[in-house]
Design a protein around this ligand. Sequence first.
Ligand SMILES: *[C@@H]1O[C@H](CO)[C@@H](O)[C@H](O)[C@H]1NC(C)=O
Ligand SMILES: *[C@@H]1O[C@H](CO)[C@@H](O)[C@H](O)[C@H]1NC(C)=O
Ligand SMILES: *[C@@H]1O[C@H](CO)[C@@H](O)[C@H](O)[C@H]1NC(C)=O
Length: 367
Amino acid sequence: MSSPSLSVTVLVIALVLVIGTVAPQAEAARAFFVFGDSLVDSGNNNYLATTARADSPPYGIDYPTHRPTGRFSNGLNIPDLISEQLGSESTLPYLSPQLNGQKLLVGANFASAGIGILNDTGIQFARIIRIYQQMEFFQEYQQRVSAIIGPAGAQQLVNQALVLITLGGNDFVNNYFLMPYSARRLQYSLPDFSRYIISEYRNILKTLYELGARRVLVTGSGPLGCVPSQLVSGGGNGKCAEGPQQAAAIYNPELVQMLKSLNQELGSDVFIAANAMDMHNDFINNPQAFGFVTSKRACCGQGPYNGLGVCNPRSNLCPNRSLYAFWDPFHPTERANRYIVQTIVTGSTKYMNPMNLSTIMAMDSNT
Ligand SMILES: *[C@@H]1O[C@H](CO)[C@@H](O)[C@H](O)[C@H]1NC(C)=O
Ligand SMILES: *[C@@H]1O[C@H](CO)[C@@H](O)[C@H](O)[C@H]1NC(C)=O
Ligand SMILES: *[C@@H]1O[C@H](CO)[C@@H](O)[C@H](O)[C@H]1NC(C)=O
């Protein structure tokens, strides 16, 4: 007896196969580039003599290989999940020896944990790839791609690419607020420091544009005082640290304004502001609504809130990472990263300004 449900099943499977093979290939044509700090570093620091690294267990415990990769996450990080949305494989760290030949056409990740907008941010981590050097590597990358597909092809690949840049948090947490009397704190009031780094950030973004970037997601800072590491110094009882919170409140609106003015100057919506502050606040203020048991205590760490020092093989480790918003004292879990990326893709203008990634992808595929 021929079963109608069987033939429907076969049809559905056939459709899934067709869509599954066609759609990702169409999107895989779009390259993806990543710049910034540990929130988006996929392993560059593994190749450097620095203390800012995530290359020992339990980092990567939920990664497909269950091994550390240099990502500051239990599993996938934000760039991985954006690549997933683009239908392509994850971009390799620029320093990876595997980044060669056809792999170069997927894009590259230049991010390096510990860096900031300023060159003096993260000096305590010794050798890391500062942002101006990430840009130099981007130029070098373009020369390597030119050698494969020609200069015109390389330029088109870069012009049509999606770019993500995540920068700025370390300029506060690992520079301005690092010590009670940091050099930058003696030099600048908080509003003046914010204005200063925004003006430097503007130059960085203009350089990125000059190097060919035409669609750039720029994430603001999260609520800097509410990460587990800062709760330790926030005076106990789970209150967010005041200074870093104030910094984020001043810096983020200025960043949005700067991006708006830059787009006006360029006559195009090149720079898209991603409101990381509100995305984080959603699960920090109401962790239960997101299936988290806590947004204060890190899964991996030691001391109050597991917020002291760094996550290492001897740290406390929670059994189920999906129940925690924060993986280590500074970085979200894969589960929280998934919420952030979902919001980047489909969020309203409260989160994505002037538009979300699904709108960008629809617009760019029509041109
Ligand atoms: C950082 O250093 C590079 C190379 O020395 C320099 O070109 C750049 O202007 C510096 N950036 C800032 C903000 O001082
Ligand atoms: C971890 O928590 C998630 C979310 O509640 C749940 O779906 C999953 O089954 C849990 N995993 C384990 C191993 O308990
Ligand atoms: C964001 O994406 C959704 C589709 O997922 C769309 O309906 C909505 O209008 C978009 N919002 C903006 C502001 O682009």
